[in-house]
Design a protein around this ligand. Structure first.
Ligand code: SF4
Length: 363
């Protein structure tokens, strides 16, 4: 089977001078012209954390899984994924054979996804497996490369998202012990939701020999977590929650589960990006809601609901999401599906699809 494309290394991507010189208004007008001309042949997907001007020009807006699913259900030949690299790869994995997925700026990676390299994950998996006779179920967060998803898929594991992580842990723990990669905080928050004490989890640091874990501790652990985090969410603090409450009496505070456990515990609610969007949309007019997630999303929610006082817990921007601008989007659209094509080999895609379809079974 053919691979869908060629991988373009980030260092090769430099926005041409002619696009760099364009003003935003001109870019926007040209993108709108493209959309009219292409009709349904091209679909633009915009992740919730994209710049507001990108979201406003997107045909579908959502979280990573939602976008990949909707794109694969559409008849578009070209899927333009405005998000970070692992998201565009997931869309490539789920795409139909006649669909091409393109990523406007392949320099937009994700440090959380990049923290888990397949060789290091394999070392941790082997160590955890040899520590006991029980089966090890690899659970991988959606925010991981397609190689890591394939690693899980080929070892009876599954993918999970921030909205179904606790259910996925329950599923895995019924079968054996669970190794969760790569977000430590989502792992801790999920096991807490299941009432599993934190002591039952061990933390594997890929930068330290043997993960920095004492063999006795590894033997006793029910869950092995990976030392990785999303810096956009792990920087929120309990002090910020307390300060937000003090400054906004009666406000509801909601955060993403990639936040540290103590931050999640100090909030009124925690959930996926979609959950945060629903919370903002259903807030009572005149009420105040403080949201702990990426600033572009919080600003857009505030713009969409001027009747609600929507405040960020702190300004936390994802610099990688921000790397996609109108200029990059236009440059990609001008390539008509041949520029920045996402490469997922059929072998990797097959393994990753197994892990993704197990997630759907769990749901
Ligand atoms: S918000 Fe966090 S997890 Fe999402 S792309 Fe940015 S760094 Fe990665």
């Amino acid at each position: 089977l053919p691979t869908r494309s060629i991988r373009v290394l980030p260092s090769e991507i430099v926005l041409p001078e002619s696009y760099r010189r364009m003003d935003e208004r001109e870019c926007k007008d040209l993108i709108i012209e493209h959309k009219k001309r292409e009709g349904g042949r091209v679909v633009i997907l915009g992740h919730h954390y994209q710049r507001v001007e990108i979201v406003r020009l997107s045909d579908i807006v959502g979280d990573s899984l939602e976008l990949s699913r909707k794109a694969s259900q559409s008849d578009a030949e070209v899927v333009v994924f405005c998000g970070v690299a692992f998201m565009a790869e997931a869309a490539g994995v789920l795409a139909k054979q006649n669909q091409t997925v393109v990523h406007p700026n392949p320099n937009a990676g994700c440090p959380l996804a990049d923290s888990a390299e397949v060789d290091d994950v394999e070392t941790a998996y082997e160590a955890f497996s040899s520590a006991s006779d029980e089966s090890i179920i690899p659970l991988v967060y959606m925010n991981s490369s397609s190689e890591i998803k394939a690693f899980a898929g080929n070892r009876s594991g599954a993918v999970c998202t921030s909205s179904n992580a606790a259910a996925a842990f329950r599923w895995g723990l019924e079968k054996g012990r669970v190794m969760f990669v790569p977000d430590e905080h989502l792992g801790r928050n999920s096991i807490a939701q299941l009432g599993i004490p934190d002591e039952k989890a061990a933390l594997w640091d890929p930068k330290i020999d043997n993960g920095g874990i004492d063999p006795k501790r590894l033997r006793k652990a029910r869950v092995l977590l990976w030392k990785g985090d999303c810096h956009v969410h792990s920087r929120f603090t309990v002090e910020q929650v307390l300060q937000a409450r003090e400054q906004n009496p009666g406000a509801r505070v909601v955060v993403h589960p990639e936040c540290r456990r103590e931050v999640v515990e100090s909030a009124d609610g925690a959930g996926s990006t979609s959950y945060l969007v629903v919370e903002a949309n259903r807030a009572e007019p005149g009420s105040t809601i403080v949201i702990g997630t990426e600033i572009n999303l919080v600003s857009r929610l505030a713009e969409d609901r001027p009747d609600v006082n929507i405040i960020p817990l702190a300004r936390s921007l994802c610099p990688n999401m921000y790397k996609i601008s109108l200029r990059y989007l236009l440059w990609t659209l001008d390539g008509s599906g041949s520029r920045h094509v996402v490469d997922v080999s059929e072998k990797i895609a097959t393994g990753a699809r197994k892990a993704l379809s197990r997630m759907l079974e769990i749901a």
